[in-house]
Design a protein around this ligand. Structure first.
Ligand SMILES: CC(C)(COP(=O)(O)OP(=O)(O)OC[C@H]1O[C@@H](n2cnc3c(N)ncnc32)[C@H](O)[C@@H]1OP(=O)(O)O)[C@@H](O)C(=O)NCCC(=O)NCCS
Length: 205
């Protein structure tokens, strides 16, 4: 990481007061809570890009770039307002990125989509709810900003169970690489037409 992450003033104030709800300076936290590390979700843009890449290598393995997901979003940049980091005591422990993609329909139309992922949690910290926090944060940001429907390639056992993604809309979607149809998931009012997933590059679409 380029620099150690320091909480911005409003978070420092909340921490000094004993948490987001604030207990006030006169009411110190119980000793157990005072030593408890705090995980905060911040914009991914505040994290050094190399640190993100190293975390992705640890979570997915270094050959991750060959995955179909990378081809679908090739040539685009992650959407800064929808990409986040989980940071604990200055250390990066999780990331989520979202990308502008589209369904290039066989009938000639084009439907904008937001591709979610990779979602990665530091291997030693998996199973503690960090992935759920990051994903919920990104979904809420997408909903609040009126972003296009979300899609991803991932395990329905995780993304269906916690976040309502499913494969109903995607039966006729194709991808520029191998993909198991049951792992091609969407959420919200995703288009159901036949077509190819492709990057959404303004100059070309
Ligand atoms: C998948 C991943 C993002 C989940 O984040 P996490 O912080 O470890 O998971 P959470 O703590 O939020 O959720 C834990 C629960 O999800 C379940 N879960 C986690 N990954 C799962 C998967 N791939 N399929 C089904 N269930 C899964 C756990 O069994 C656990 O269930 P429980 O509460 O009943 O015990 C994380 O494990 C990771 O980085 N994995 C490696 C990279 C990867 O595969 N990313 C996803 C593809 S984009």
């Amino acid at each position: 990481m380029r620099r150690r992450w320091e909480p911005p003033p409003h978070i420092r104030l909340a921490l000094a007061r004993g948490g987001a709800k604030g207990r006030g300076p006169g009411r110190p936290l119980p000793a157990t809570l005072r030593t408890m590390p705090v995980i905060v979700i911040i914009p991914l843009a505040e994290i050094e890009a190399d640190a993100v890449e190293r975390l992705l290598d640890r979570a997915f393995g270094p050959d991750r770039h060959r995955r179909t997901a990378y081809r679908i979003r090739e040539g685009t940049s992650a959407v800064p307002a929808l990409s986040f980091a989980a940071v604990e005591d200055g250390a990066l422990i999780g990331t989520i990125q979202c990308w502008p993609v589209r369904l290039a329909r066989d009938d000639g139309g084009s439907d904008p989509l937001v591709m979610v992922g990779p979602i990665a949690v530091e291997p030693a910290r998996q199973g503690e709810g960090v992935g759920q926090r990051l994903t919920r944060h990104a979904i809420r940001a997408a909903e609040e900003s009126g972003a296009p429907p979300l899609m991803l390639i991932g395990d329905p056992e995780y993304y269906g169970r916690f976040f309502g993604f499913d494969a109903r809309a995607t039966a006729l979607w194709r991808a520029p690489g191998p993909v198991e149809q049951r792992r091609l998931l969407a959420r919200g009012t995703a288009p159901e037409g036949a077509g190819m997933l492709a990057p959404r590059i303004p100059a070309l679409t």
